[in-house]
Design a protein around this ligand. Structure first.
Ligand code: AMP
Length: 178
Protein backbone atom coordinates (compact mmCIF):
# COMPACT_ATOMS: atom_id res chain seq x y z
CA UNK A 1 0.00 0.00 0.00
CA UNK A 2 1.47 3.40 -0.91
CA UNK A 3 1.65 5.68 2.15
CA UNK A 4 -0.37 8.33 0.37
CA UNK A 5 -3.46 6.12 0.04
CA UNK A 6 -6.31 7.57 2.03
CA UNK A 7 -6.97 5.73 5.33
CA UNK A 8 -10.70 5.56 4.78
CA UNK A 9 -10.39 4.09 1.29
CA UNK A 10 -7.73 1.64 2.47
CA UNK A 11 -9.89 0.31 5.31
CA UNK A 12 -13.08 0.25 3.23
CA UNK A 13 -11.27 -1.89 0.72
CA UNK A 14 -10.88 -4.50 3.45
CA UNK A 15 -14.57 -4.67 4.43
CA UNK A 16 -16.39 -7.36 2.50
CA UNK A 17 -20.10 -6.89 1.75
CA UNK A 18 -21.94 -10.21 1.98
CA UNK A 19 -25.49 -9.85 0.59
CA UNK A 20 -28.34 -11.75 2.20
CA UNK A 21 -26.40 -12.86 5.29
CA UNK A 22 -27.57 -13.96 7.83
CA UNK A 23 -30.96 -13.48 6.17
CA UNK A 24 -32.39 -12.10 2.92
CA UNK A 25 -32.16 -8.30 2.61
CA UNK A 26 -29.24 -7.81 5.03
CA UNK A 27 -25.87 -6.77 3.61
CA UNK A 28 -23.44 -8.11 6.19
CA UNK A 29 -20.24 -6.12 6.72
CA UNK A 30 -17.61 -8.83 7.02
CA UNK A 31 -14.57 -7.50 8.88
CA UNK A 32 -12.45 -10.65 8.66
CA UNK A 33 -10.34 -9.21 5.79
CA UNK A 34 -9.57 -6.22 8.07
CA UNK A 35 -8.60 -8.53 10.91
CA UNK A 36 -6.44 -10.57 8.59
CA UNK A 37 -4.34 -7.53 7.80
CA UNK A 38 -2.03 -6.46 10.65
CA UNK A 39 -1.52 -2.99 9.27
CA UNK A 40 -5.26 -2.42 9.04
CA UNK A 41 -5.85 -3.64 12.58
CA UNK A 42 -3.12 -1.33 13.92
CA UNK A 43 -4.61 1.56 11.96
CA UNK A 44 -8.06 0.96 13.44
CA UNK A 45 -6.78 0.61 17.00
CA UNK A 46 -4.58 3.69 16.66
CA UNK A 47 -7.55 5.75 15.46
CA UNK A 48 -9.83 4.49 18.24
CA UNK A 49 -7.13 5.19 20.80
CA UNK A 50 -6.61 8.74 19.54
CA UNK A 51 -10.36 9.37 19.66
CA UNK A 52 -10.69 8.38 23.34
CA UNK A 53 -7.31 8.66 25.06
CA UNK A 54 -8.09 12.09 26.52
CA UNK A 55 -11.46 11.09 27.94
CA UNK A 56 -10.16 9.29 31.05
CA UNK A 57 -12.00 6.03 30.31
CA UNK A 58 -11.95 3.66 33.30
CA UNK A 59 -13.78 0.72 31.72
CA UNK A 60 -14.42 -0.53 28.21
CA UNK A 61 -17.73 -2.39 28.03
CA UNK A 62 -17.68 -4.47 24.85
CA UNK A 63 -20.43 -6.42 23.14
CA UNK A 64 -20.25 -10.08 22.09
CA UNK A 65 -18.69 -11.14 19.91
CA UNK A 66 -16.94 -8.89 17.42
CA UNK A 67 -16.94 -6.07 19.95
CA UNK A 68 -14.55 -8.14 22.05
CA UNK A 69 -11.91 -8.08 19.32
CA UNK A 70 -11.61 -4.30 19.29
CA UNK A 71 -12.75 -3.71 22.87
CA UNK A 72 -10.07 -5.77 24.58
CA UNK A 73 -7.24 -4.37 22.47
CA UNK A 74 -8.51 -0.83 22.97
CA UNK A 75 -8.94 -1.32 26.72
CA UNK A 76 -5.28 -2.37 26.96
CA UNK A 77 -4.21 0.72 25.03
CA UNK A 78 -6.37 3.00 27.18
CA UNK A 79 -5.13 1.31 30.35
CA UNK A 80 -8.80 0.67 31.13
CA UNK A 81 -10.60 -2.37 32.52
CA UNK A 82 -12.39 -4.66 30.07
CA UNK A 83 -15.92 -5.87 30.81
CA UNK A 84 -17.70 -8.29 28.45
CA UNK A 85 -21.42 -8.03 27.70
CA UNK A 86 -22.71 -11.35 26.44
CA UNK A 87 -25.78 -13.15 25.21
CA UNK A 88 -27.78 -15.00 27.89
CA UNK A 89 -26.30 -18.09 29.47
CA UNK A 90 -22.68 -17.45 28.45
CA UNK A 91 -21.29 -15.73 31.53
CA UNK A 92 -20.49 -18.13 34.40
CA UNK A 93 -21.15 -15.90 37.44
CA UNK A 94 -24.27 -14.01 38.60
CA UNK A 95 -25.47 -11.58 35.98
CA UNK A 96 -27.57 -8.49 35.46
CA UNK A 97 -29.73 -8.66 32.36
CA UNK A 98 -31.30 -6.14 29.98
CA UNK A 99 -33.94 -6.80 27.34
CA UNK A 100 -34.29 -4.74 24.19
CA UNK A 101 -36.40 -4.68 21.05
CA UNK A 102 -35.15 -6.40 17.90
CA UNK A 103 -36.66 -6.12 14.44
CA UNK A 104 -38.68 -9.22 15.30
CA UNK A 105 -39.03 -9.97 19.02
CA UNK A 106 -36.69 -9.25 21.90
CA UNK A 107 -32.96 -9.54 22.53
CA UNK A 108 -31.23 -9.95 25.87
CA UNK A 109 -27.75 -9.10 27.08
CA UNK A 110 -25.99 -9.91 30.34
CA UNK A 111 -23.09 -8.55 32.37
CA UNK A 112 -21.59 -9.97 35.53
CA UNK A 113 -22.94 -8.31 38.66
CA UNK A 114 -20.52 -5.87 40.25
CA UNK A 115 -18.54 -5.31 37.05
CA UNK A 116 -18.34 -1.55 37.46
CA UNK A 117 -17.18 0.74 40.23
CA UNK A 118 -19.72 3.46 41.02
CA UNK A 119 -18.99 6.44 38.78
CA UNK A 120 -16.68 4.46 36.48
CA UNK A 121 -16.27 6.29 33.17
CA UNK A 122 -17.43 3.80 30.56
CA UNK A 123 -16.79 3.49 26.83
CA UNK A 124 -19.13 1.07 25.02
CA UNK A 125 -17.38 -0.69 22.11
CA UNK A 126 -18.74 -2.77 19.24
CA UNK A 127 -17.65 -3.48 15.69
CA UNK A 128 -20.68 -1.95 14.01
CA UNK A 129 -23.50 0.50 14.77
CA UNK A 130 -26.71 -0.35 12.91
CA UNK A 131 -30.03 0.60 14.58
CA UNK A 132 -28.31 1.29 17.91
CA UNK A 133 -30.47 -1.06 19.97
CA UNK A 134 -27.59 -3.31 21.02
CA UNK A 135 -25.27 -0.49 22.08
CA UNK A 136 -28.08 1.31 23.91
CA UNK A 137 -28.87 -1.91 25.80
CA UNK A 138 -25.21 -2.38 26.80
CA UNK A 139 -25.14 1.22 28.00
CA UNK A 140 -28.30 0.64 30.04
CA UNK A 141 -26.60 -2.32 31.73
CA UNK A 142 -23.54 -0.21 32.50
CA UNK A 143 -25.68 2.61 33.89
CA UNK A 144 -27.68 0.19 36.03
CA UNK A 145 -24.42 -0.81 37.72
CA UNK A 146 -23.50 2.79 38.50
CA UNK A 147 -21.25 3.46 35.51
CA UNK A 148 -21.20 6.78 33.70
CA UNK A 149 -21.40 6.13 29.97
CA UNK A 150 -19.09 8.68 28.38
CA UNK A 151 -19.48 7.44 24.83
CA UNK A 152 -19.47 4.74 22.17
CA UNK A 153 -16.80 3.58 19.75
CA UNK A 154 -17.47 1.62 16.57
CA UNK A 155 -15.38 0.63 13.59
CA UNK A 156 -18.33 0.83 11.18
CA UNK A 157 -21.50 2.94 11.28
CA UNK A 158 -24.47 2.34 9.00
CA UNK A 159 -25.61 5.97 9.18
CA UNK A 160 -28.75 5.36 7.10
CA UNK A 161 -30.17 3.40 10.06
CA UNK A 162 -29.78 6.43 12.37
CA UNK A 163 -28.52 4.39 15.32
CA UNK A 164 -26.73 7.43 16.74
CA UNK A 165 -30.06 8.92 17.66
CA UNK A 166 -30.57 6.16 20.24
CA UNK A 167 -27.27 6.87 21.97
CA UNK A 168 -26.75 9.56 24.61
CA UNK A 169 -23.10 10.66 24.69
CA UNK A 170 -20.30 10.95 22.18
CA UNK A 171 -20.12 8.50 19.29
CA UNK A 172 -16.98 7.73 17.29
CA UNK A 173 -16.98 5.59 14.17
CA UNK A 174 -14.19 5.13 11.66
CA UNK A 175 -16.02 4.05 8.53
CA UNK A 176 -19.40 5.66 7.94
CA UNK A 177 -21.69 4.17 5.27
CA UNK A 178 -24.43 6.56 4.15
P1 AMP B 1 -27.95 -2.77 16.10
O1 AMP B 1 -28.41 -3.17 17.48
O2 AMP B 1 -29.06 -2.76 15.10
O3 AMP B 1 -27.16 -1.47 16.13
O4 AMP B 1 -26.98 -3.92 15.59
C1 AMP B 1 -25.65 -3.92 15.96
C2 AMP B 1 -25.14 -5.32 16.18
O5 AMP B 1 -25.54 -6.21 15.15
C3 AMP B 1 -23.62 -5.32 16.21
O6 AMP B 1 -23.19 -6.21 17.23
C4 AMP B 1 -23.23 -5.80 14.83
O7 AMP B 1 -22.10 -6.65 14.89
C5 AMP B 1 -24.44 -6.53 14.30
N1 AMP B 1 -24.84 -6.09 12.95
C6 AMP B 1 -25.97 -5.43 12.62
N2 AMP B 1 -26.05 -5.21 11.32
C7 AMP B 1 -24.91 -5.71 10.77
C8 AMP B 1 -24.38 -5.75 9.44
N3 AMP B 1 -25.04 -5.23 8.37
N4 AMP B 1 -23.18 -6.32 9.26
C9 AMP B 1 -22.51 -6.85 10.30
N5 AMP B 1 -22.95 -6.83 11.57
C10 AMP B 1 -24.15 -6.27 11.82
Amino acid sequence: MPLTLDRDAYLRGLVRDVPDFPKPGIVFKDITPLLGNPRALHTILDAMHVAWVDRRIDTVVAIESRGFIFGAALAARLNAAFVPVRKPGKLPWKTDRVSYALEYGEGHLEMHVGSLATGARVLVVDDLLATGGTAAAAAALASSQGGEVIGYAFVIELAFLAGRQKLAGEVSSLLVYR
